[in-house]
Design a protein around this ligand. Structure first.
Ligand code: ATP
Ligand code: SF4
Ligand code: MG
Length: 328
């Protein structure tokens, strides 16, 4: 038996806008096992966050609406189960970490009180016991002098420390799965790496599933097991990280990889993908990437590529994946 925690199948989310219906998530499937990290990569607007919001039940609705698909948590569909069960699972088993810790935390409550409140509300602890647990948790995410700092307010912490507090909040009820949406984007590079390492360590310790949403493969390459690359509301490539890094099977992924500065490519000009992602109310026919793709030809402008099986555990939504892979 596999240990699949979350299995998202053919998920569809639409937004009604002034310009028409935007298909922000257009048939996305991905899964995460216990102890595994899935990175979800893609440019701004590709649907990474909206997918996560639909999973967590925090979609801005209206205007957003889930129009199809399944979100199976341990085999049960969160989208169709009773409200009470759904609330319990989403409250205790799934947790989310956001990019902007300062706006996600309560500014007028000390961090010790905020963390403690989780235990008071969900586990019926006394304030004193809850506070002790909160300090233990702050210690666990390596906030120096946790006992004293529990009395401080969010704005008194540095960005990196605040993000650790967010991680502690997410961890408090020992969830099975954490979705981290660009958790380190606002931090400098050294602190980014420390926060990523902490997340990976906690994932191992608690045998959690982890979804890391990012637009920067460089940040997650070391901690992720598998990766799903999104473009215009779809997954265009999925693969184990190392394999994708060594030989991408989709021209879009190839472009993303080539735009990461690498020491071994010093002196070479960075390849940037030309053009802009399409408007989601007017996605071009055929392959959505065709206006920007250096390999595009006639069939790309008429036939939408399915996610072809490239190898076990690897898929690419490109008619010419063999050619792309071959180029290395
Ligand atoms: N509240 C909303 N109202 C209308 N449209 C929305 C709303 N939220 C998202 N969308 C649409 O969904 C698309 C996908 O948004 P999403 O936030 O998932 O992108 P993302 O991949 O997370 O990008 P980023 O890297 O900028 O966070 C947007 O381009 C937009 O068209
Ligand atoms: S299907 Fe065609 S346009 Fe789309 S990525 Fe492949 S080669 Fe490029
Ligand atoms: Mg986002």
């Amino acid at each position: 038996m596999t240990n699949t925690l979350l299995d998202v199948r053919d998920l569809r989310v639409e937004f009604r806008t002034r310009d028409g219906v935007a298909k922000a998530v257009n048939g996305v499937s991905y899964s995460v096992d216990a102890g595994e990290t899935l990175a979800v990569l893609g440019e701004s607007g590709s649907g990474k966050s909206v997918t996560a919001q639909a999973v967590m039940g925090i979609l801005d609705s209206p205007p957003g609406r889930v129009t199809g698909g399944e979100v199976l948590f341990r085999g049960r569909d969160l989208l169709t189960m009773g409200a009470e069960d759904r609330r319990r699972i989403r409250g205790a088993k799934l947790a989310m970490i956001f990019q902007d810790a300062l706006s996600a935390l309560n500014p007028v409550m000390t961090v010790g009180a905020q963390l403690g409140e989780m235990y008071e509300v969900h586990e019926g602890m006394t304030r004193k016991d809850a506070r002790a647990r909160a300090v233990g948790l702050m210690d666990r995410v390596r906030i120096p002098a946790a006992a004293q700092r529990a009395g401080d307010y969010p704005h008194q912490f540095s960005g990196g420390m605040r993000q650790r507090i967010m991680i502690a909040m997410a961890l408090a009820l020992e969830p099975d799965l954490i979705i981290a949406d660009e958790p380190t984007t606002a931090l400098d590079v050294t602190v980014q790496a420390q926060v990523m390492d902490l997340l990976a360590e906690l994932r191992n310790e608690y045998d959690m599933g982890l979804i890391l949403i990012t637009h920067d493969l460089g940040v997650v390459a070391d901690v992720a097991d598998r990766i799903a690359v999104m473009y215009a509301g779809r997954i265009v490539e999925t693969a184990p990280v190392r394999e994708l890094y060594a030989a991408p099977a989709h021209p879009y992924t190839k472009g993303l990889l080539e735009s990461i500065p690498r020491l071994d490519r010093k002196g070479r000009e960075l390849y940037a993908i030309k053009g802009m992602p399409p408007s989601l109310t007017a996605v071009p026919p055929g392959c959505p990437f065709n206006p920007r793709c250096p390999l595009a030809r006639d069939v790309c402008r008429t036939d939408r590529p399915p996610l072809y099986d490239v190898a076990p555990g690897r898929g690419s939504a490109c008619h010419f994946w063999k050619e792309t892979l071959g180029e290395g």
